[in-house]
Design a protein around this ligand. Structure first.
Ligand code: HEC
Length: 445
């Protein structure tokens, strides 16, 4: 690059005086930043850091360098060695090299200050736009996790075939998870709302409502009624910049009359009370779909329930930096049972796995979901080598995977509790942990 700089100076080309690279914003870098960064880093965007114009990026270049080189940005947790996903936000090694070399070379503008383009992903049909019932101004800073029960239930059975969030306050909303709750659980959540002042209630690991899990008896678990007893399932997760807002072609998640939605909002704000946010959940709905889907939760009941007969709890001892727990879920076992019943399938059904999700809290460091096939082979569905709670979500597989009776789904989680003074266990609170996986499945073709 030194040579290029000399040539640039001597021949008096458009290179700026101290430029040590022939890469320019206009010719090489604007496209990369436009595609990989600008979608989230708009002037009103989160993090208060616009990365749209040359001036924006030039001014922030050392922070940009640090964020890209450390792998923090663009945010994308799954390892590419596992499998590939729709809407992958990661940056190619080539684009990363271009950006870093340009910054190190003095970040020259080039011919003209080209404005970066904003990427556009597939969009959904807005069949239902469901606002939070009340605007909420986060009371806790920097992080406030707040749930509200939406005022909506379908008139007839419908299928959710796409979901995204229409964000009201782009500077505050970090991630959103939409849960469906059974009609029987509505009263419980209304109670949580009433017990806390202000709109909605504080929630963290899930929509709250641990009372439901406390009522769960060993007999329920052995009978496979876990899903019904928890009475809650995830229907969508959203982060800024998410492009895979449509469910895989032909699939949809059913919602029945009486069932309700809870939106869990993660607000991130430098100071408390930044003013209200009233974002909306946007759903694409279809009366019928060729491939009805259902969610399968992955966990070990012994982690959640204090029933010694089930096995050991999910203990994460204080002072330990590398604690791992894992479990396997049988495809013909109880966790697939509620999906099987929902989809009306036989005990020996095979399933096609379309999406995979993983959830831990902030002590989490690594997580995986794999299929251990009956024939001894395995399929990697998700491998997160460096967990970041802020970017949790679910991932749509480019290539779906078929699982059959005899196969097992293996979920693993690792945590670092070296700074902790108390052992940590499963729970919904910020000081608790979870190890929870999810799959969206249809009947195999
Ligand atoms: C999916 C949305 C998204 C994309 C894409 C994205 N960012 Fe960010 N970025 C954020 C958010 C949100 C924050 C605020 C801090 C956080 O939550 O991690 C942030 C923070 C930052 C920061 C300041 C804090 C830090 O971690 O250093 C820099 C610098 C940054 N981003 C650079 C970039 C660059 C460069 C790109 C493209 C290569 C990029 N970002 C792509 C969402 C995004």
């Amino acid at each position: 690059m030194w040579v290029v700089w000399m040539v640039g100076c001597m021949s008096g080309t458009e290179l700026t005086e101290d430029a040590k690279t022939d890469l320019t914003w206009s010719a090489d870098v604007a496209a990369v930043v436009g595609e990989r960064c600008a979608g989230c880093h708009q002037p009103e965007g989160l993090g208060g850091l616009p990365l749209v114009t040359y001036d924006d990026v030039f001014a922030a270049r050392s922070a940009v360098r640090a964020a890209v080189q450390s792998g923090r940005m663009p945010p994308w947790m799954p390892s590419e060695e596992c499998t590939s996903y729709v809407g992958d936000r990661s940056m190619s090694a080539e684009d990363e090299a271009t950006l870093l070399e340009w910054i190190d070379g003095g970040a020259p503008a080039g011919d003209a200050a080209v404005v970066a383009t904003t990427p556009t992903g597939p969009t959904l049909r807005a069949d239902a736009v469901l606002p939070l019932p009340q605007g909420y101004s986060p009371q806790l800073a920097p992080d406030d996790y707040r749930c509200q029960l939406l005022d909506w239930t379908p008139d007839d059975e419908v299928f959710v075939t796409g979901a995204e969030v229409q964000v009201d306050r782009q500077d505050l909303v970090h991630h959103v998870i939409a849960f469906v709750i059974a009609e029987s659980a509505v009263e419980l959540y209304e109670g949580l709302d009433q017990d806390e002042p202000g709109p909605g209630w504080t929630c963290y690991g899930g929509p709250g409502g641990t009372a439901v899990t406390e009522d769960l008896e060993l007999s329920d678990i052995l009978a496979g009624n876990v899903g019904d007893a928890l009475a809650v399932r995830t229907v969508a997760s959203w982060v800024p910049g998410k492009t895979d807002v449509l469910l895989p072609e032909g699939t949809g998640l059913a919602m029945s009359p009486g069932e309700r939605l809870i939106l869990q909002m993660h607000y991130n704000s430098p100071a408390p009370d930044p003013g209200p946010d009233q974002s909306s959940l946007v759903l694409q709905l279809d009366d019928d779909v060729p491939r009805p889907a259902a969610m399968v939760a992955l966990l070990d009941p012994a982690w959640v329930l204090d029933i010694p007969a089930l096995g050991d709890p999910m203990q994460i001892p204080a002072g330990e930096s590398d604690v791992r727990h894992s479990t396997t879920v049988d495809v013909d076992g109880l966790f697939f049972r509620s999906a099987r019943e929902r989809l009306g399938l036989a005990e020996d059904a095979s399933y096609e796995v379309h999406t995979v999700g993983h959830h831990m809290h902030t002590l989490g460091t690594q997580g995986t979901v794999r299929i251990l096939h009956d024939d001894g082979t395995d399929s990697c569905l998700l491998d997160i080598p460096d967990w970041d709670f802020d970017w949790q979500g679910s991932y749509t597989l480019r290539q779906s995977v078929v699982v059959s009776p005899g196969d097992q789904v293996q979920l693993s989680c690792s945590w670092d509790n070296s700074e902790g003074t108390e052992d940590v266990y499963w729970g919904e609170g910020t000081a608790d942990e979870m190890c929870l996986g999810s799959l969206m499945v249809t009947e195999a073709r």
